[in-house]
Design a binder for this molecule. Structure first.
Ligand SMILES: *[C@@H]1O[C@H](CO)[C@@H](O)[C@H](O)[C@H]1NC(C)=O
Ligand SMILES: *[C@@H]1O[C@H](CO)[C@@H](O)[C@H](O)[C@H]1NC(C)=O
Length: 139
């Protein structure tokens, strides 16, 4: 293996390790937990991406949930976005960016951000309640 390949592999392991594990802490920055909750009948498919990282396709059943955690990086604008498929409908949107981070940061152990995907569109909240702010409809 060329050393640059090993280097890339190491970076991959370091970047993906926190996402796969629930027991880790962020010593210097906030730890965020983002959840996507499906409130649409039938399966919802979501593909989540961040830069070159692809968290892959996830099928979420009605009232099912997919969540992941990460350490916020100071100064570095960490960004997650998602592509959503529901039957014949599609939408793409930012799931975590600076605006969301600023809106929901509350200085607790784990910062939460909950997305609710409904037949009429996408809502975001900092508590696991179906209310929250309407962000976007379906395309
Ligand atoms: C993810 O799912 C969508 C919709 O079913 C599909 O179009 C896309 O090719 C899938 N992507 C991957 C990487 O499997
Ligand atoms: C995120 O928080 C939810 C509770 O709202 C919890 O069920 C889930 O396990 C957490 N996910 C991770 C990856 O920490």
């Amino acid at each position: 293996m060329r050393s640059s390949t090993i280097h890339n592999l190491l970076i991959f392991v370091v970047l993906t390790y926190p996402i796969a594990s629930t027991a880790f802490s962020c010593p210097f920055t906030a730890k965020w937990n983002v959840s996507i909750i499906s409130v649409v009948p039938n399966d919802l498919v979501v593909q989540i991406k961040s830069g070159d990282d692809d968290l892959g396709n996830h099928t979420i059943p009605f009232v099912g949930k997919y969540s992941w955690s990460f350490c916020d990086m100071l100064g570095d604008h960490i960004l997650f976005y998602g592509y959503f498929w529901w039957g014949s409908k599609f939408q793409s949107l930012y799931l975590f960016n600076e605006a969301i981070s600023n809106k929901f940061f509350s200085d607790v152990d784990i910062e939460h951000c909950y997305w609710f995907v409904k037949p009429e569109g996408f809502y975001v909240n900092n508590i696991p309640s179906g209310g929250g702010k309407f962000i976007k409809g379906w395309d």
